[in-house]
Design a protein around this ligand. Structure first.
Ligand SMILES: Cc1cc2nc3c(=O)[nH]c(=O)nc-3n(C[C@H](O)[C@H](O)[C@H](O)COP(=O)(O)OP(=O)(O)OC[C@H]3O[C@@H](n4cnc5c(N)ncnc54)[C@H](O)[C@@H]3O)c2cc1C
Length: 480
């Protein structure tokens, strides 16, 4: 229970830090209050690997975005998560918007963005023929891409665990004290009080996302306030005619990069997000009014967008703290590192955040010697929808559960669900994010009960203990 480093929060920031530290001869723990990893902001975002031209290089977030972007090809080879460098375009819908596009282009040149192009009307239509004929021109950044954010976090954590990191889920940090050169970190019990679960660590990293301000307070560190900016989305069916081949951005506004059209790496389409101040860190509600605005705004760029293709709506919450990321050693308490205010482009920057935090820890005196047996690779997890008939036949011959398709919308077999549960993703949402079962057109209408039965069989849980995302989110009635 005694560690060299403990990371609080297992979103994409914490997971990258954990995986980076797993390469060294130290004992690392990652503490997550949710039942699974990537259940915070890292599960509900646009999934874009940004192109490095939206912000000025004077910001730390821009420098980490540019560095992080370049790390994704190697990470994909090692960790086998869905990632595609499909490119990003920003479209001007009238001549006046071309001024803003030129500014973005110059910023991109300043930031050394590889292959960035200022596009005429003809060129932008050639790059994306589904664009409105109003398009006056635009910008093209071929190095931008798309990933499945939760699969990225799952893969990072699988790799970190393989290399010795310890993950504690359902571990909500509520109390900490310092004795000598050690932090003692306590988890909440079932009644909201300080429980018996605790770990000790020499260094603590605060990567608690929306709640980084509360965690900082628990450790007596800096006093700051994370505010929330909500982003609402529409998800469109994979059969939509409006799926672009590149991520399509409008000209950005003063508060956000605007509402986009994103071809997800798995073939569906996202439209959004909005950017509205929200008071509540747990408010994931969506509103008909904002969703209507998303559709209207999306149609100005791609007119074939249709409400008939909408499968569902959801919202993500940005943890905002000024304009930049706040990543540095605490000036108030010893052996405590702040990784806060990680709003967009946090997903893109996250591999570079891992490296940056490792260097901060080195400067603080943590001894890091490379682990000789460190293995950066994890096994690929085959999916029924991705293999050809011959490969599927071979998988079925090995194990007949490959032939039982549980989620017909996304073509997910029983074997994949079993694998998710055995890797620890044993809530309905955990299974969904690992396999995509419940993510298709019927949104789980036909497969949820089958998945519950598989979770029960694999874990020994009873029907009233299976949850949607842990805690009290029981699906078939509260456990006794
Ligand atoms: C609408 C939207 C769109 C976005 N689009 C993009 C994009 O396209 N590209 C991009 O690069 N970035 C994007 N981002 C930003 C990106 O999603 C975030 O920067 C990133 O997910 C932040 O990750 P994190 O690990 O810092 O935080 P989180 O993912 O929130 O992780 C923090 C974790 O800490 C845990 N935690 C909190 N309190 C405690 C506690 N007391 N004890 C233990 N655990 C605790 C939480 O449960 C959570 O799992 C977007 C964000 C939003 C909201």
């Amino acid at each position: 229970m005694e560690f060299d480093a403990a990371i609080i929060g297992c979103g994409v920031s914490g997971a990258n830090i954990a995986r980076r530290l797993s390469a060294y001869n130290i004992k690392t723990a990652i503490l997550e209050k949710a039942a699974d990893v990537s259940f915070g902001t890292s599960k509900a975002n646009s999934g874009i690997i940004h192109g490095g031209f939206h912000h000025n290089k004077k910001h730390l977030k821009t420098r980490l975005e540019i560095q992080g972007n370049m790390m994704f090809d190697q990470l994909r080879r090692e960790l086998k998560f869905p990632f595609k460098r499909c490119g990003i375009i920003v479209v001007a819908l009238h001549e006046e918007e071309m001024k803003a596009i030129e500014q973005l282009y110059l910023q991109g040149l300043e930031n050394d963005v590889i292959g960035i192009e200022l596009c005429s009307r003809r060129r932008i239509m050639e790059l994306e023929p589904k664009l409105s004929t109003d398009a006056a021109g635009g910008l093209y950044a071929p190095g931008g891409g798309i990933i499945e954010p939760y699969r990225f976090v799952f893969a990072l954590i699988e790799s970190a665990l393989k290399n010795g990191v310890r993950l504690y889920t359902n571990f909500k940090v509520i109390e900490a004290q310092r004795d000598g050169n050690l932090w003692t970190v306590y988890a909440e019990d079932d009644h909201g009080a300080q429980g018996l679960r605790l770990i000790k660590a020499r260094y603590v990293i605060n990567a608690a996302g929306l709640f980084a301000d509360e965690v900082s307070k628990i450790f007596g560190a800096e006093d700051f306030k994370i505010s929330v900016r909500k982003g609402e989305y529409f998800l469109l069916d994979r059969l939509t005619k409006a799926c672009p081949s590149r991520v399509v951005f409008p000209v950005p506004t003063s508060v956000s990069k605007g509402m986009l059209i994103i071809p997800t790496v798995e073939g569906t389409v996202l439209v959004g997000p909005t950017a509205d101040a929200a008071g509540d860190k747990d408010d994931f509600s969506t509103t008909a009014r904002r969703l209507e605005q998303i559709l209207v705004s999306g149609k100005t760029m791609i007119p074939s967008l249709s409400q008939n293709d909408v499968i569902t709506a959801f919202a993500g919450l940005r943890p905002c703290l000024g304009e930049d990321f706040y990543i540095e050693a605490s000036k108030k308490v010893p052996a405590f590192v702040q990784v806060a205010g990680i709003q967009s482009p946090g997903l893109t920057a996250s591999p570079a955040i891992g490296e940056y935090v490792k260097n901060i820890l080195l400067e603080m005196g943590l001894q890091l010697t490379e682990k000789p047996g460190w293995d950066p690779n994890i096994e690929a997890h085959p999916c029924a929808r991705e293999v050809d008939f011959h490969e599927l036949d071979a998988l079925i011959a090995r194990d007949s559960v490959w032939g039982n398709i549980v989620c017909r919308c996304e073509n997910v077999s029983e074997a994949e669900i079993v694998q998710a549960v055995r890797l620890g993703h044993n809530t309905l949402d955990g299974v969904k994010y690992f396999t995509r079962a419940q993510m298709g057109r019927c949104q789980g209408g036909f497969c949820t009960y089958k998945i519950i039965k598989i979770i029960m069989r694999e874990t020994g849980l009873s029907w009233n203990e299976v949850t949607k995302h842990g805690g009290k989110s029981h699906v078939l009635g509260a456990a006794l």
